[in-house]
Ligand binder design. Structure first.
Ligand SMILES: Cc1ncc(COP(=O)(O)O)c(C=O)c1O
Length: 378
């Protein structure tokens, strides 16, 4: 596998910035820049190239499937994670007494889709908004629950819930499991079979190194033909090119969740970005990135600062750590003046890593945090 330094060479942002904001938007690679240029040139010179554009979509589908150890027919491509979750939840045919378990670790847009679908039947199981244990999923809560929605990594602080244990317990009570892998896929190894999930969503724009407009949803094969979409469109047909307004047939695959014309430029970007990740071994990427995160956490502690979730004293962490501060915008501006790009959110500044970051980046952050803490003590 190529070394991090070589991978980093693909991303021009590092020529002037220590980029640690992949939790917000992945860095732009030369491969993606070329793909965008090719798309624009082809469109300009040849006009509509639906054959080429839809092939990019299929290629992105295949590559994402390979990344998470699934098959292309288990993947639907939708414009956003929220829409992907809506497509799943509204297709389950939930009865009016079916409960859904979520948590405050969930990205709000996902929870909002669930609350909009099931109102007070959505229960938030976490104790502190920052961490989750399998014991938060009590038998009492799980009885009557039809769906458990859990993030692979929380957008707030990088906390990784014990998703496999949660899935096993949920299944024992007859609930299906939906994992939002948006804050992990690309930098955390995902194997949907090992995870034991029924559904998994991930958008292209963060650790998958693409842009907005594409979210993938994995559907376990035993669900394919049980899903009855409420929202549909011609890309959700057995043959999208049949053009028969009277026929609403659904393919026996995850593609039945798709709707109208896909975001073809974003699909081209997603495909190019996934081609970069295909050169890497996801497990090695995960352990490399975990090493950077744990070094950053030590740095934060050494400076007498707190990282969000530290106080819970439990858990494992994804590709991000969040430095707790009453002035996230001020800390962000300070780090940017030192050439470090992070992502402020709530009462924290999030710093996140991918295979393009290095221990030298962590040392730069350590120096900057030290100076910032010293200046504030004055
Ligand atoms: C965990 C998580 N899920 C979902 C999203 C985005 O969802 P959507 O594609 O609906 O905007 C984000 C964006 O920050 C996120 O962090």
């Amino acid at each position: 596998m190529i070394a991090p330094a070589e991978f980093r060479g693909q991303f021009s942002v590092f020529e002037h910035t220590i980029y640690c904001a992949s939790c917000s938007q992945g860095a732009l690679s030369k491969t993606v820049q070329t793909a965008i240029g090719d798309f624009v040139q082809g469109w300009d010179e040849q006009g509509a190239r639906w054959d080429v554009w839809t092939e990019s979509l299929e290629s992105a589908r295949r590559r994402f499937a390979a990344l998470i150890h699934a098959r292309p027919e288990d993947i639907a491509v939708l414009p956003s994670a929220s829409e992907a979750v809506f497509q799943v939840v509204s297709s389950l045919g939930l009865t009016s007494d079916a409960a859904i378990l979520s948590s405050r670790l969930e990205f709000p847009s996902i929870a909002q889709v669930l609350v909009n679908a099931a109102g007070p039947r959505v229960k938030f199981v976490d104790q502190d908004g920052l961490s989750l244990t399998v014991d938060d999923y009590t038998g009492e809560l799980l009885n009557g629950a039809k769906l458990v929605s859990v993030p692979l990594v929380s957008y707030k602080n990088g906390f990784r819930p014990p998703v496999e244990d949660i899935a096993e317990r949920a299944h024992r009570h007859g609930a299906a499991v939906l994992v939002d892998a948006y804050q992990g896929a690309g930098a955390v190894a995902v194997d949907v079979t090992e995870m034991g999930c029924d559904f998994l969503v991930a958008g292209s724009l963060k650790y998958l190194l693409g842009t907005g407009g594409v979210a993938f949803v994995y559907v376990h094969p035993h669900w394919h033909e049980r899903l009855q979409p409420v929202m549909t469109g011609w890309f959700g047909r057995v043959n999208p090119y049949a053009f028969d307004p009277h026929t609403v047939d659904f393919p026996p695959t995850a593609r039945r969740l798709e709707t109208g014309t896909p975001a073809v430029l974003s699909a081209r970007v997603a495909d190019a970005a996934l081609s970069l990740l295909a050169q890497l071994d996801a497990k090695r990427v995960e352990s490399y990135v975990a090493g950077l995160v744990s070094a950053l956490q030590s740095v934060v502690e050494d400076q007498g600062l707190q990282w969000v979730g530290h106080g819970t004293g439990k858990g494992t962490w994804g590709p991000m750590a969040a430095v707790q501060t009453s002035d996230p915008a001020g800390l962000d501006a300070y780090l940017r003046s030192r050439g470090i790009a992070g992502s402020p959110r709530g009462q924290a500044l999030r710093l996140s890593f991918h295979y393009y970051n290095t221990q030298a980046d962590v040392l730069h952050i350590a120096d900057a945090l030290k100076d910032w803490s010293r200046d504030r003590r004055r």
